[in-house]
Design a protein around this ligand. Sequence first.
Ligand SMILES: CC(C)(COP(=O)(O)OP(=O)(O)OC[C@H]1O[C@@H](n2cnc3c(N)ncnc32)[C@H](O)[C@@H]1OP(=O)(O)O)[C@@H](O)C(=O)NCCC(=O)NCCS
Length: 178
Amino acid sequence: MTMNELKIVPSKAEYAETFYRWRNQSASSRYNPLIPLTLEECRKNLMLQGSDLKDLWMTPSFRWFIERDGQLVANVSLKTINKQMLTAEIGYGVGEEFHGQGIGTQAVRLLIKKVFEETELRKLIAFVHEENRPSCKILENLGFTKEGLLREHFLINGVPVNEAVFGLLRREWGPSGV
Ligand SMILES: CC(C)(COP(=O)(O)OP(=O)(O)OC[C@H]1O[C@@H](n2cnc3c(N)ncnc32)[C@H](O)[C@@H]1OP(=O)(O)O)[C@@H](O)C(=O)NCCC(=O)NCCS
């Protein structure tokens, strides 16, 4: 799987059904603190989220979808944008039917490239359930550093879980590496 086979496209209200279905898949709910949303709420959320990074300081969160041959396979997001510190948090998910094909790695790579090329953000972070091995692996493979372990930081399905925090500095990202 090369990055060229995948395309990052703006979020659209009509992607709500796919997004809703992915959110309810077991890999998503097992490791992520997802607030239950109806299909209609998913649609509203997608409409409220930005896709054009020119609006970085006016929009609280951004989402894009990843297409392969015109089919939606994943989504990526940017949130907790800190204007003073020039940092933000990334999120990502691949449809369960497409897991294990390298899509997650390439989707996050596309997201990092977009954000570092189109904004002046200097650091990206991600919170990952410590047992979410594929997700930790993606970040390690893309040059992120595990900066710490936040003990019992998230409540997932009512259970306090440890979250690893990963960070990538702009200077650690480069066309040859990440
Ligand atoms: C995490 C997620 C995005 C991974 O997507 P994916 O497309 O399957 O990932 P990739 O195919 O790119 O694989 C990533 C790496 O994990 C490894 N991996 C996959 N399953 C694994 C497992 N059970 N144990 C250890 N490593 C595993 C792969 O081998 C690969 O590493 P490699 O390239 O060094 O071989 C996907 O599982 C997902 O969407 N989960 C639900 C949402 C989620 O948890 N998002 C992350 C929030 S922090």
